[in-house]
Design a protein around this ligand. Structure first.
Ligand SMILES: Nc1ncnc2c1ncn2[C@@H]1O[C@H](COP(=O)(O)OP(=O)(O)OP(=O)(O)O)[C@@H](O)[C@H]1O
Ligand SMILES: [Mg+2]
Length: 255
């Protein structure tokens, strides 16, 4: 079982789109995937077809009321992909968490230790922040995947993210690695895209995925029908890009 956080404290860079479609891509290759939606906006939850009425327990109940993972897991519209849903309740969770006196960075660990199902991959769709929830995720995962939107100021804020990662690595989780950097919403027709790409390569070198996710409106439409890009329009450029990301991701796991 490999645990991966899809994270960047910058909003709207493609975390959720990547979480949904990488999960679905892995599921199509017969890996069993659990997606944890950690964003109070619950975009991964609705984007994979979960209706409010279906949810009995969500990630807030897991974090705050100690509900077992097994009691919160739901199947999604994507093959071999399950989710622990989020809800707006989660917006208040940091306050509860920070009032716990000890071990507030280790809440997920116990849940993973007691998980009854066998998953190949666990993916966290993180909220755009560097708060306590994010530190909890970093404390438990093997690697982080950082989506970066190909636009001006793309690298802004990354220094903070990287120093949070190295702090958590030092204090709580020595196995933590940067798995890869993913350029999203890439537009080849504009110079800006190329410039950002070169800048990101200079900074992260071989950590950058060769696959880049193009700007593709179909990717933005798919969540409105509760489906991954593969179940919505499997021929579009976005689907091909996420298929290629899935393959590159799996290849990296062997190295
Ligand atoms: N490659 C793409 N092409 C076109 N639109 C995209 C692409 N990737 C994401 N989008 C759209 O851009 C918006 C932001 O993407 P997304 O929700 O995946 O980002 P996020 O990092 O999860 O945001 P937040 O920080 O708010 O959680 C969404 O409306 C999404 O549909
Ligand atoms: Mg999101």
């Amino acid at each position: 079982m490999k645990i991966i956080a899809i994270t960047n404290q910058k909003g709207g860079v493609g975390k959720t789109t990547t979480a949904i479609n990488l999960a679905a891509g892995l599921g199509r290759k017969n890996y069993k995937v659990l997606l944890l939606d950690l964003d109070p906006q619950a975009n991964s939850t609705t984007g994979l077809g979960i209706e409010k009425e279906q949810i009995k327990s969500d990630i807030f109940d897991v974090l705050i009321h100690n509900v077992k993972f097994d009691n919160a897991i739901l199947p999604t519209t994507a093959k071999n992909v399950w989710i622990i849903p989020s809800s707006i309740q989660l917006a208040g969770a940091e306050i509860f968490l920070s009032s716990k006196t000890s071990n507030s960075e280790k809440i997920f660990q116990e849940h993973f230790d007691n998980l009854e199902y066998d998953f190949d991959f666990i993916l966290f769709d993180c909220p755009p922040s560097l708060g306590l929830i994010n530190r909890n995720v970093l404390s438990v995962c093997d690697e982080v995947l950082i989506p970066i939107q190909a636009e001006y100021y793309a690298l802004e804020g990354l220094t903070q993210l990287l120093s949070t990662i190295s702090l958590v690595k030092k204090m709580f989780n020595s196995k933590l690695q940067i798995g890869g950097i993913l350029l999203t919403m890439f537009d080849n027709r504009v110079n800006l895209g190329q410039e950002v790409k070169e800048e990101v390569y200079k900074f992260f070198k071989e950590k950058v995925y060769k696959t880049m996710i193009p700007r593709n409106v179909t990717l933005a439409e798919a969540p409105s029908v509760g489906k991954s890009i593969f179940d919505y329009k499997s021929n579009c450029s976005g689907a091909k890009a996420y298929e290629s990301l899935t393959e590159e991701f799996l290849k990296n796991q062997l190295n």
